[in-house]
Design a protein around this ligand. Sequence first.
Ligand code: WAQ
Ligand code: MG
Length: 266
Amino acid sequence: MGRRTYYSIRMRSAKSSAHVSGAEGIYDKVEIGNIVKDYTQRALVHEKGRADEIRLTVEELKETPKKIASLPLATVNTRNPEAALRASLKILTSVGITERAVEEAFRALNIGITMRGAMLMDIEGVRLEPDLLRGVRVTRMGITKNASSDLSRKLGRLGLNNNTVKEALILASKVHKYRMVLGELCISDDPNYTTGYIATRTHGYIRLPRIKKRGIPYGGRAFFITGGEVKDLIKYLQQTPVIINEIKPCAGNIKLKEILERKSRR
Ligand code: WAQ
Ligand code: MG
């Protein structure tokens, strides 16, 4: 039997040249028509208004996607941005990232400039991405149909079955598969979406409600990285196709203490 051919399908839409929405996934050939229709529809009915430009990319993948499991998901019920910073400091410093780096990431994500991609920071908080304005975009990731249903079911029990959470979990799961990545901080750029997350391989994907005040129209991502070739990491993030085919547990609110104890159990 021949190797199966997969396609990366990506969509970006804009209105009056401002970014409105994006979506992407990895699919079989037979799905292309439906997905193109679905992505186009999403851009036309977005809450930020109807896009006046929709760019779709359908690309045959020359490499078989790497199959991986999702990170486990949980929420620490932080009450305000200060509590979210404190929780982030506890979790991220427990895997070797310095306090200085975590504080620097929060500071950089709060100056009001939204980058298209993520910052790369070493554990001391020094920026390593070659393009400091654009950052590094993670692309070529997806989820199988079965894993997607399983994830919807698990998130549905928590009232979290939406594209925002699903897509963020897929992205983080790809990113943290790469050993050089120690941790991540993410704050949405949507003024009405105030839940962010941090992630590590050890602790999983930890949602942090109220990480920013409502109404703030900027956000971003920082990946904390340790020794290794930054060039290879960037190539992995941008080019290597990765598909989620197994879903780890998704939990509701849990105590910070419980999350920190996970480390010793592994
Ligand atoms: N690669 C790297 N960075 C990205 C990418 C990407 N593919 N997409 C977005 N970013 C950066 C960019 O700077 C954005 O401004 C920032 O991340 C936030 O992106 O479980 O919606 O798409 O409830 O606004 C978190 C979900 C949602 C928490 C995050 O991010 C939860 C979200 P957004
Ligand atoms: Mg957004």
